[in-house]
Design a protein around this ligand. Structure first.
Ligand SMILES: [Zn+2]
Length: 453
């Protein structure tokens, strides 16, 4: 029986051992900095980590010299939406919903993922898209698969399949007059189990659902329930039955409790909170994604400019300060935080690291912020065996940074500071002196607005 189930694992550690050396290395597991580090890599994985006295580089070995630079793990954005429209691409997202085809949208999904990758995000958890053309789970999975197959360059992606009820906030964020396609939403435990299964059939890694209303709920009340406990229990159970993660959008403590009761793996957003529920979350294994980047004045203004409905703008303004308060409460209470931006509607895809600067402004240490975007993200998506830190046995997802993010987290926002982006031992971006290798060569503003064409 054991023999039958012995997996064939393709070799990942063949070929010569190659080396990277830098000025310092951020060890996010031990929360310390190693001076004069050397990393040895064979194939896709790290085989040795230490300082230049511990690791001897043999004569003639291939060395990537990152003298003066900080080596750190590739970053993970645990919550974003690459196939959402972006106002640098579309003048008015509501108009463009009628003009864009899923095929074109998928191309933008890849492009947006590449913009993040170029800025050091080697892993993205894309929590899906419900669009005017239906659920985009299969399109997102194809973007992921084309990258994994090595035919297109991009980050490693984990894809979420929306499994939500009729009239959920995801439904309402679209124009009311929009034509709904069949089985985009479902109601009752068995319909929802089927929708979850359909999402998993096309290949999603994460089942995403909404326990409460959200930015698209056109009511002032923050505590609108989206689904019953019976429904959320069914979705989480279905995800776990297929060994998938369940990610639950929650705006309120009532929603957070429902997610905890159902056994959810991650809770999305930090909006409203109370201490009793925060304590419960801190005592659980659940990770939370704050998604504060799209709560800023800048993000709200960008949304207004691209034609977002006024009720959504007003709602975003009214919840703004409570989002920041909730983050501070959750952080103080010891809730496990995985960095997530919810980028999608907001422009400037690739500026994800601004999220970390917000955390530091709100009281996190830069090291904690870096952990949220690396090891915590890997733990949240249950991939810490392979990802999230520079340790022996893990994938060589390594960045070389001009600057020291443990002292100045803002250095991660400037593309020229992201000098090397390596994924699984291969260098995709190299902006060191004399090199000019980028994943994406166009700059914001250089591409046309689709609804002007
Ligand atoms: Zn989201």
């Amino acid at each position: 029986m054991g023999e039958l189930y012995k997996k064939y694992i393709p070799p990942e550690q063949e070929g010569p051992v190659v080396y990277i050396k830098g000025a310092r290395l951020i060890d996010v597991v031990k929360a310390k900095v190693i001076e004069s580090p050397v990393i040895a890599i064979q194939g896709k994985r790290i085989v040795q980590v230490g300082n230049d006295k511990e690791i001897h580089i043999p004569e003639g070995a291939q060395v990537t010299d990152c003298s003066g630079l900080t080596l750190m793990p590739g970053m993970i954005d645990s919550h974003l939406h690459t196939m959402m429209f972006n106002c640098l691409t579309f003048h008015n997202y509501r108009v463009s919903q009628w003009e864009i085809t899923p095929e074109l949208q998928q191309m933008y999904g890849l492009f947006h993922a590449q913009l993040c990758f170029d800025m050091g995000f080697t892993t993205l958890r894309d929590l899906g898209l419900a669009s005017s053309r239906g659920l985009m789970t299969a399109h997102l999975c194809a973007v992921r698969d084309s990258i994994n197959a090595g035919v297109l360059e991009g980050p490693r992606m984990f894809i979420g399949g929306f499994t939500s009820i009729t009239g959920s906030h995801l439904d309402l964020i679209n124009p009311r007059a929009m034509q709904r396609y069949g089985f985009q939403t479902a109601d009752g435990p068995w319909e929802l189990r089927k929708l979850a299964r359909q999402n998993m059939l096309v290949g999603c890694d994460v089942v995403k659902t909404c326990a409460t209303g959200g930015g698209g709920t056109d009511k002032e009340e923050p505590d609108i329930r989206n689904m019953t406990q019976e429904e959320i229990d069914a979705i989480v159970d279905e995800a776990h039955a297929f060994h998938k993660i369940a990610a639950v959008h929650c705006f309120t403590p009532a929603g957070q409790k429902m997610a905890l009761n159902a056994g959810a793996d991650t809770i999305e957003h930090m909006v409203f909170s109370d201490q009793e529920t925060a304590d419960r979350i801190a005592d659980s294994n659940v990770y939370m994604t704050p998604t504060l980047l799209h709560r800023t004045d800048h993000a709200i203004e960008m949304r207004r400019m691209q034609g977002t409905s006024l009720f959504v703008i007003n709602k975003m303004k009214s919840i703004q300060s409570s989002c920041f308060d909730t983050f501070q409460r959750m952080h103080k209470t010891g809730v496990k935080i995985a960095m997530g931006t919810d980028m999608g509607f907001d422009p400037e895809m690739g500026t994800n690291a601004k999220e970390l600067s917000i955390y530091v402004d709100l009281g996190m240490s830069p090291m904690e912020a870096l952990q949220s975007a690396t090891i915590n993200g890997a733990n949240a998506i249950k991939a810490s065996k392979d990802l999230g830190s520079i340790e022996v046995g893990k994938y060589a997802d390594i960045l070389a940074i001009n600057g020291d993010p443990t002292r100045d987290i803002n250095c991660l926002q400037d593309k020229k500071n992201i000098q090397i982006v390596m994924k699984e031992g291969r260098i995709y971006a190299d902006r060191r002196e004399g090199k000019n290798k980028n994943v994406v060569s166009v700059n914001p503003g250089e591409w046309k607005k689709i609804d002007y064409l």
